[in-house]
Design a protein around this ligand. Structure first.
Ligand SMILES: NC(=O)c1ccc[n+]([C@@H]2O[C@H](COP(=O)([O-])OP(=O)(O)OC[C@H]3O[C@@H](n4cnc5c(N)ncnc54)[C@H](OP(=O)(O)O)[C@@H]3O)[C@@H](O)[C@H]2O)c1
Length: 268
């Protein structure tokens, strides 16, 4: 892993044999270094302020999955960053289809991040918050029955009462964040903040990310560009209706390992 942007002494000067331990050197970064590189912005003096970041992976030709999953286009370094971003988050917001297709499990407590989370006033692992209108989810799965912290379900006021009851019976906490069947993204962010979750991470999928983008609530995108071409008609990282005016983001960080680019963009 090496840092390409912001440019460091080593990446600017190039040449073989960068100083060991420096950002520009091509070596595996520790999880502590990754956590530092991806730290959430400091909160307001009053402790307020919500930050929503997304973490997504895309191929060179824009595919966000292969054979219905993101694993084939990921890498070991991508998974280390994926795990680090989870470890920094209060809550992981994810669309129901990603939960169904990727077989989501509860986030686990990782010893490597225990001290960091404790110092940040966080529990042992982030909660998973599933966004769903239909609530056609298998509530007998460990994601709902045996997480370290109760799994949240974000849904609309018109959600089927029997499905809400099934979710709650399994141990999930249902949060209403919309007047109809669907969830209003801005209201969902406010609801999570109201529960004390201010360091938000979304792992997609594309249909959910498209709505978060359209609602203008996405502060940051951590995008892995995978050095692969898949062709076909896979989804891009964000779907749904186009926004009226393209949302502008600013590059704040770019890391590289084995041809994979790990970018971090902030909404301008
Ligand atoms: N490349 C990556 O980084 C990445 C990341 C994540 C996922 N993926 C891939 O993306 C695919 C799945 O993504 P997807 O875009 O099809 O689905 P998704 O965004 O994960 O989930 C869509 C579902 O979320 C619920 N939902 C979304 N917006 C909602 C709203 N406003 N109100 C209420 N519910 C809402 C609905 O659930 P209900 O149907 O239950 O109502 C909807 O069917 C998978 O193949 C996965 O592998 C890739």
């Amino acid at each position: 892993m090496r840092r390409l942007f912001p440019v460091t002494y080593q990446t600017a000067e190039a040449g073989p044999g960068p100083a060991p331990g420096a950002d520009g050197a091509d070596r595996e970064w520790s999880l502590a270094e990754l956590a530092s590189a991806y730290a959430y912005p400091e909160r307001d003096a009053g402790g307020a302020g919500v930050w929503l970041r997304a973490n997504m992976v895309s191929t060179l030709d824009g595919a966000a999955q292969h054979d219905g999953r993101s694993q084939p286009i990921s890498s070991a370094a991508d998974m280390r960053i994926f795990g680090t971003l989870r470890a920094l988050a209060d809550v992981v917001v994810v669309g129901a289809e990603t939960v169904r297709r990727e077989g989501y499990r509860p986030a686990r407590a990782r010893a490597e991040f225990a001290a960091l989370r404790e110092a940040a006033g966080q529990g042992p692992a982030p909660a998973i918050a599933v966004v769903s209108a239909g609530l056609e989810l298998d509530f007998s799965l460990p994601l709902f029955t045996s997480p370290l912290v109760p799994t949240l379900i974000l849904t609309g006021a018109a959600a089927a009462p029997d499905r809400i009851a099934a979710a709650e019976k399994a141990g999930a906490r249902v949060v209403i964040a919309g007047d109809g069947a669907g969830v209003d993204p801005a209201r969902a962010v406010r609801a999570l903040a109201g529960l004390g979750h201010t360091r938000l991470l979304t792992e997609g999928g594309p249909r959910l990310l498209g709505q978060l983008t359209a609602a203008g609530v996405l502060d940051e995108l951590c995008l892995t560009v995978s050095p692969m071409l898949t062709a076909g008609d896979a989804q891009r990282i964000a779907g749904g209706p186009p926004v009226a005016v393209p949302r502008r983001f600013q590059l704040v960080s770019l890391l590289e390992e084995e041809g994979f680019l790990f970018s971090r963009y902030r909404q301008v």
